[in-house]
Each structure stands twice: as C-alpha cells, then as structure tokens.
Design a protein around this ligand. Structure first.
Ligand code: NVA
Length: 306
C-alpha cells in the first residue's frame, strides 16, 4: 500500500480531515454505513487490557464488512519475543491494517515504519487519537458546532490530555489543562498545540488551578491519575493529585450547560466523585458509545479509494 495512511497521532489528520471524519461519523450513526471494508482483514494487537476500544473496533469492522482477529497481551511480545519490525513485516503479509495498543509509543512508530499496511494507534503511553475523534463527535452532537468551544481537562497530562490538546485547537476548540506541578503536559506538545491554536483563533492554556481552567468552559473532562503502565507510581500520584477530583461543585463553575466527559475506565473517588457519571450534565455513556461511530468513519477515511 504505497499511499498508506497511518494514525499514530491525532496530528496526523489535518483540520479538514478531522471535520470530514466527524461529519461521516454523524452520517454513519444515522444509518448510512456502507461496506467499505468488504474483504479487508484487521489485526488488533493489544499489549494492555481494553473494553471500549477493542469492542468498538471489532464491531465496527464487522459492520463495515471486514474481518478482525484479536492478539492478546500474552501473544504479542512486541520487542521481547519478537523485534517490532518483524511483527510489522509478518503481519503486513496477512492483514490489511494493524490496530495496536502498546506501552511504548516508540514501538508504535516502529510498527508504522516497517508495516506496509496502515497502523492505527489504539492507545499508547503518549496518545489516544481514536478517543479524541469520538470526543469531538460527542461535543458536536451536543453543541452543534466545534468552533468557539472550550474544553477544560482536569488531571494528569497523559495520553488522553495530549491527543485532546493537539486535536481540538485545529478545529476551533480551545483547550485548558489544570494539573499539579510536574504532571502537566510536556512543553513541546503544548508549544505545537499553541501554534495550531494560533492559526485557528483558538487558545491553549496549561495551569495548576482547576477553578481557573473550568472558567467559561463548555466541557469539563477528566481521566485517571494512574494510567495503565504507571501503577508503580499510584501512591505518589494519589497524593500529588489531591484537590483535582472533578465533582458537581467544580462543574458548576463552568458554563451552566457545560458537559461532563470522561474516557473511562474511572477510578471513582480519585479523579471523579462517585455519582458524577449520573449527573444531568454527564454524557459519558454516549461518549463511550460514540467510539464505534468515530472509528467506523476513521476506517472509511483510511480505506476509501485505497
Ligand atoms: N489514560 C488512560 C486511558 C485509558 C483509556 C490509560 O492510559 O490507562
């Protein structure tokens, strides 16, 4: 596949392409799906557990006429049992696309470099672009637009935060992150997001105060303080993030119609108060369901005409 399209970072999509994928996701959700993946085979190579990503990809691929097979954490051994480049080259002879969830983002980049078929990031320690795409779909469904919106992310400057930070400003959504000292996003990611924002008239802020971040926000978003792979630091993180729990009081400091979002799974009582998923402003289950539609549109984008 000479002109293969990988999705390793959300920044691999231009603003126009992102808008196009969101629009198609809405149409597909409304019933216009088609069978663009007829005869296509997908390897789902997962080094970490998954509920939403795995199921939504498998179901979505099947709905579009394709076939997928799942390789569990025990079977993979990326960079251990086998060098990454060998896995990439071998799988490229069997399947039309590799969808990979990995610990190391470098492994994902290496997979993409050596695979002759498209590679899709199904979460790495650095980014989760598929989540950002479906989050944009959820925001669009509620607000009927993206341009001029503001999302406040409270918590760890992790994979989710980075994909939102890089993916939202180009389509007009301002992004504010509040994280404790030492846990905010890295300077390089913030700088590229600020550049993308500048070109689009949106903004990017990195602060330490949750109250400051949520001011005038249309969306309040959080994710776990201890991501998969960070478990050894969970005690230190639990202490560092005190005061960063998202609850009804903090949400009330955003716009009155602000949405509450979380990519799940949740650690209740840590980043989110118990009961918040049932809050009238919460859209978390719709957000989870939209993974299916966002990814179907993404797969169509990657495969149509190829
Ligand atoms: N930041 C979380 C996201 C899970 C979907 C993790 O990497 O574990």
């Amino acid at each position: 596949m000479a002109d293969k399209r990988d999705l390793i970072s959300i920044a691999d999509l231009s603003a126009d392409e992102t808008r196009q994928v969101i629009l198609r996701a809405q149409q597909m959700k409304a019933g216009d799906a088609g069978s663009v993946l007829k005869g296509k085979k997908f390897a789902l190579l997962f080094e970490k557990p998954s509920l939403r990503t795995r199921v939504s990809f498998q179901v979505g691929i099947e709905e579009l006429g394709g076939y997928s097979l799942y390789l569990s954490p025990q079977e993979v051994g990326l960079g251990g049992r086998e060098p990454v480049r060998d896995v990439a080259r071998v799988l490229s002879g069997y399947v039309d696309c590799i969808i990979a969830r990995v610990y190391s983002h470098q492994h994902l980049e290496e997979l993409a470099r050596y695979a002759s078929v498209p590679v899709i990031n199904a979460l790495s320690d650095w980014e989760h672009p598929c989540q950002a795409i479906s989050d944009l779909l959820t925001i669009t469904e509620h607000k009927n637009k993206l341009d001029g919106m503001k999302l406040a992310y409270i918590g760890d400057g992790n994979n989710i935060a980075r994909s939102l930070c890089l993916g939202l400003p180009p389509v007009g959504v301002s992004f504010a992150i509040a994280a404790p000292e030492g846990y905010n996003l890295d300077k390089a990611s913030l700088k590229s997001a600020q550049q993308l924002a500048f070109n689009q008239g949106s903004n990017v802020w990195a602060v330490t105060s949750p109250a400051e971040a949520v001011r005038d926000a249309d969306v309040v978003y959080t994710d776990v303080w201890t991501s998969m792979g960070d478990e050894a630091e969970s005690g230190t993180r639990l202490e560092a993030f005190q005061g960063y729990t998202v609850g009804a009081k903090l949400l009330a400091q955003a716009k009155p119609d602000a949405l509450f979002m979380h990519d799940m799974p949740a650690h209740y009582g840590e980043e989110v108060e118990p009961g918040m998923f049932e809050h009238p402003q919460s859209v978390v289950y719709q957000q989870a369901h939209n993974r299916l539609h966002g990814q179907k549109a993404l797969l169509e984008f990657i495969f149509s005409g190829r």
